[in-house]
Design a protein around this ligand. Structure first.
Ligand code: F6P
Length: 343
């Protein structure tokens, strides 16, 4: 009998469990058996697995996080780990693997298809929505809705206290959550990693708004946004296992700078991991389910080295290599829509 391994890697994300459930339910119908690989690539390095059957996926559809656990372990970062992954794949008796992750996890998957495990199918996950070749990754919609609700809540307190509220939103290289939550929540300024922050411009927008009688403003900033003026940068330089700088701090700096330059009382709210926690939206449950079913179809037809993707509301397959080549960042046209409402 063919045995499929499933792993979830990188930052967790609402919708992982619906994908796992869909892969297992569809796969069981097709006669496959499953092994859960615990904690992403780390589980294959350490041969750490768990049983995965119809009972283990029962009741997980609305649950956030991942029943398999996750990590940011990258086997290409440590000598000998890739060989361990390949050896354990064989030892566990796997015939194929479903890797559910973002650019890092799927980047490893793409490399492994050339380095000893050709039978891999990828499923695109990340709240950041920055993977190429797919209109959406699952998890983004949930994070977007949480961030939008937070902006709504910040509005009422900002208005009562006549304050500027800076809201720091996740988004490492791409500002999709900040952009869309900012538009949906009616933020007065939206700052994203794709466009360096010009403090003169930001303060001018706020002053103009206050000039027409408004006594509060909401500034949405993606955590990966950078100041144009390099003297203002102050970020935690600790690295995670994939070698990325641990972000955080932009909101605090921005708030200080706005208060200093405008004289308006300014506070900051960092949404952080709240955006990744909790139950997935209906959209993410459905998208994750469609992705999971398609992943099994790819395995059944031996379309390996592919990633499932959403394109014009159809679930398609794309080469894994193409999906991880470059990130999908916010385009100017979309940002220009947001700018109409600045100030
Ligand atoms: O990639 C998803 C993401 O949530 C980013 O938006 C954020 O920068 C990062 O993960 C945070 O990672 P960690 O949970 O390791 O702090």
């Amino acid at each position: 009998m063919e045995r499929i391994g499933i792993l979830t890697g990188g930052g967790d994300c609402p919708g992982l469990n619906p994908v796992i459930r869909a892969v297992v339910r569809k796969g069981l119908l097709e006669g496959y058996e499953f092994v859960g690989i615990k904690n992403g690539w780390k589980g294959l390095v350490q041969n750490d697995t768990m049983p995965l059957n119809i009972d283990s996926v029962s009741g997980i559809l609305p649950r956030g996080g991942t029943i398999l656990g996750t990590s940011r372990t990258n086997p290409y970062k440590k000598e000998g780990d890739v060989q361990k992954v390949v050896d354990n794949f064989k030892k566990i008796g796997l015939t194929s693997l479903v890797a559910i992750g973002g650019e890092d996890t799927l980047g490893v998957a793409a490399k492994l298809t050339k380095d000893g495990i050709p039978n891999i199918v990828g499923v695109p996950k990340t709240i950041d929505n920055d993977l190429s070749c797919t209109d959406y990754t699952f998890g983004f919609d949930t994070a977007l809705n949480i961030a939008t609700e937070c902006i709504d809540r910040l509005h009422t307190t900002a208005e009562s206290h006549h304050r500027i509220m800076v809201v720091e939103i996740m988004g490492r290289h791409a500002g999709w959550i900040a952009l869309e939550a900012g538009i949906a929540g009616g933020a007065d300024v939206i700052l994203i990693p794709e466009v360096p922050i010009d403090m003169d411009e930001v303060c001018e927008i706020i002053k103009k708004r206050h000039g027409r009688g408004k006594t509060f403003s909401i500034v949405a900033v993606a955590e990966g946004a950078q100041f144009k003026d390099k003297n203002l940068i102050l970020q935690d330089q600790k690295l995670d296992a994939f070698g990325h700088v641990r972000l955080g701090g932009i909101g605090e700096n921005l708030a200080k700078e706005i208060e200093k330059r405008t004289g308006y009382e300014t506070r900051v709210s960092v949404l952080g991991h709240i955006q990744r926690g909790g139950s997935p939206t209906a959209f993410d449950r459905v998208l994750g389910t469609r992705f999971g079913v398609k992943a099994i179809e790819l395995i059944k037809t031996k379309h390996f080295g592919k990633m499932v993707a959403l394109s014009a509301n159809k679930i398609i397959e794309v080469p894994l290599q193409d999906a991880v080549k470059e990130l999908k960042t916010v385009d100017k046209e979309f940002y220009d829509v947001a700018k109409v409402f600045f100030g």
